[in-house]
Design a protein around this ligand. Structure first.
Ligand code: RET
Length: 233
C-alpha cells in the first residue's frame, strides 16, 4: 500500500469510527457519560478532518531544504492529545475543579510536547538541533507520565474503588499506545531511518486509530460499566 492509501484508510477509519462512537453514546444516562462521549466525538472528528486534508494532498509544508513536513498531523495532535488527557483526568476526578491546576498543567505540557516535537521534525536532518528538540519534547512526555501515574492516580484512588479501576485501565491502555509515538519518530525518516516513509505513515495511521477510536470506545465502555454499577448501588 502506498503512503496515500494509508492516509485514505485513516480517513475512512476515522469516518466510520465517528459513526460508531456516535451510535455507542446515543443512549447515555448521565452527564458524566455525556462529557466523555462529546470529548471522544470531537477528538475523532478532528482526526478525520486532518486525515482527509492529508489524503487529498494538503496539510504539508515544503521546508527550505526540500523536505515535506506533515503539519496537519501536528495541528491534529496539538488539539486532540490535550483533550484525550482531559477525558482521562475526568475518569480520575470526582470533583474536577478541585484539581483544575493539575489538569490544565497536564494539557499545557502535552501541547508543549507536540509543538517541540514539530520543531524536532522541522529541524535539519541529522542536526544536533533536531535531537535537542526531540529531548525537550521527550522531557515533557516523561513529566506527563509521572503526573498520570503519580498525582492523578492518587486522586483516582480517593474517588472510590470503581473510579480508580476505570482510571487504571484507561491509563494502562493510553500509556502503552502513546509510548510508540516517540519510538516511530526515533526509528523513522526523521531519525535513524530504519523505517521507510510508507512504513512510518502506516504505523502513525494504525497508532492514531488505536489512540483515538479504539481508546474512545474502550474508555466509553468503562465509564458506562461504572455508571451502571453506581446506579445499581
Ligand atoms: C514526538 C516526537 C518528539 C518526542 C515525542 C513525541 C511524542 C508524541 C506523542 C504523540 C501522541 C499522539 C497521539 C495521537 C492520537 O491520535 C512528537 C513524536 C515524545 C506522544 C496520541
Amino acid at each position: 500500500m502506498s503512503e496515500q492509501d494509508w492516509l485514505w484508510l485513516g480517513t475512512a477509519g476515522f469516518g466510520l469510527g465517528f459513526l460508531v462512537l456516535l451510535a455507542f453514546g446515543w443512549n447515555r444516562r448521565t452527564r458524566d457519560e455525556e462529557s466523555h462521549w462529546l470529548i471522544h466525538l470531537f477528538v475523532v472528528l478532528t482526526a478525520f478532518t486532518s486525515y482527509l486534508v492529508m489524503a487529498s494532498g494538503g496539510g504539508r509544508l515544503l521546508l527550505a531544504d526540500g523536505r515535506v513536513l506533515f503539519v496537519a498531523r501536528y495541528i491534529d495532535w496539538s488539539i486532540t492529545t490535550p483533550l484525550l488527557l482531559l477525558g482521562l483526568s475526568l475518569t480520575a476526578l470526582h470533583t474536577p475543579f478541585r484539581r483544575w491546576a493539575l489538569v490544565l498543567g497536564l494539557m499545557a505540557t502535552d501541547a508543549y510536547m507536540i509543538v517541540t516535537g514539530l520543531f524536532a521534525d522541522a529541524a535539519p536532518a541529522g542536526s544536533a538541533l533536531k535531537w535537542t528538540w526531540y529531548l525537550v519534547s521527550s522531557g515533557a512526555f516523561v513529566f506527563i507520565y509521572l503526573c498520570l501515574w503519580g498525582a492523578m492516580r492518587r486522586e483516582a484512588e480517593t474517588s472510590g474503588k470503581l473510579a480508580a479501576a476505570v482510571y487504571r485501565r484507561n491509563l494502562t491502555f493510553l500509556s502503552l499506545v502513546w509510548l510508540a509515538y516517540p519510538l516511530v519518530f526515533l526509528f523513522g525518516t526523521e531519525g535513524l531511518r530504519s523505517l521507510g516513509e510508507g512504513t512510518e505513515t502506516a504505523l502513525y495511521t494504525l497508532l492514531d486509530l488505536t489512540a483515538k477510536v479504539a481508546f474512545g470506545l474502550f474508555s466509553l465502555a468503562n465509564t458506562r460499566r461504572r455508571v451502571s454499577e453506581e446506579l445499581r448501588a
